[in-house]
Design a protein around this ligand. Sequence first.
Ligand SMILES: [Fe+2]
Length: 374
Amino acid sequence: MKKIDLNEWMSKLKLIEERAEKLALLSQLSQILNSTLDPQEVRRRAMEAATRLMKAEVGSLLLVDEEKQQLYFEVALGDREDDIKKITLNLGEGIAGWVAQKGKPLIVNAPEKDPRFFRGVDERTEFKTRNLICVPLRVKEKVIGVLEAINKQKEEDFNQEDLSLFISLADQVAIALDNARLYQELEGMFFQTAESLADAIEKRDPYTGGHTQRVTIYSLIIATYLRLNPLEKKWLKIASVLHDIGKIGIEDHILRKPDQLSPEEFDAIKRHSDIGAEILEHIQQLRGIVPGVKYHHEQIDGRGYPDGLKGDGIPLLAKIVAVADTYDAMTTDRPYRKALKKEEAFEELKKCSGTQFDSEVVEAFIQAYQKGEI
Ligand SMILES: [Fe+2]
């Protein structure tokens, strides 16, 4: 019977343990990567994952620019990021260019001896590349970029085991990048559809050319000063674009009437905020913007419409759209009056701050104006 060598057995066990740890880390990193659909965040996490999984000093992500047939650094070393971002590699140039062109992974443990190694990055950053591992990122057989880890810690070299782990990570990175891209495309398409809808309504009302776009710009500027989070900003953007969608249900002779409206006609116009909310309620994904659309004519003192909400009872999105909407109405020509000058319009907003408009929203808008953003 073969005698069991305890030392050998222990070192095998240690190897198995290390592998299990690496696989657990890979699975954890993959989960982190795929838990966001923000492309920039996916790229940042990809680079971080490359660094952690490969126990490297730094990681970088280069993406292919198909038109130019070049690779550009998407994310790279912290401090030197701006220097590095200016560097582009032609396909075939440098290690990364070679990997992207051939679609094959590569370990380079002695870059100074490898003719493919591109010294430009080290020269510009005073960074010394000791060794690197580089794998292609593939989506449906197409190389969309490469992932690199540079300088393995503890003076070690990269090995075949690192490579197979890194290839698995690259698969996850490619999936996450592609998902984020698809999501962004979908979202872009949605915004364009929303804008076309808003445009269709504007076309019926000849006096408001460009109104929706300007209201959206003003709203988003206010949002920045009020430090709204990205999700709130996204809702606000859609609410601004679609705030008057309900005008689709208002008859032309009222909507296009050049003279002062009768009280009945004004009542009819007032229905547009409710109609807008009714239209949008059908779309599950747009529930978050309904309050912004429904209540954009409410006033802090409760004298607005449709429900006469007061103060904090009015949703923030609606309070912001209200200020942006009114400011644009004041500063554009209408058939029954000339446009006010910017200063005059801001004076009006100030006068009505706390009664018609939310004072914090007005304050944010004034700050933006004073900084020349309006
Ligand atoms: Fe409106």
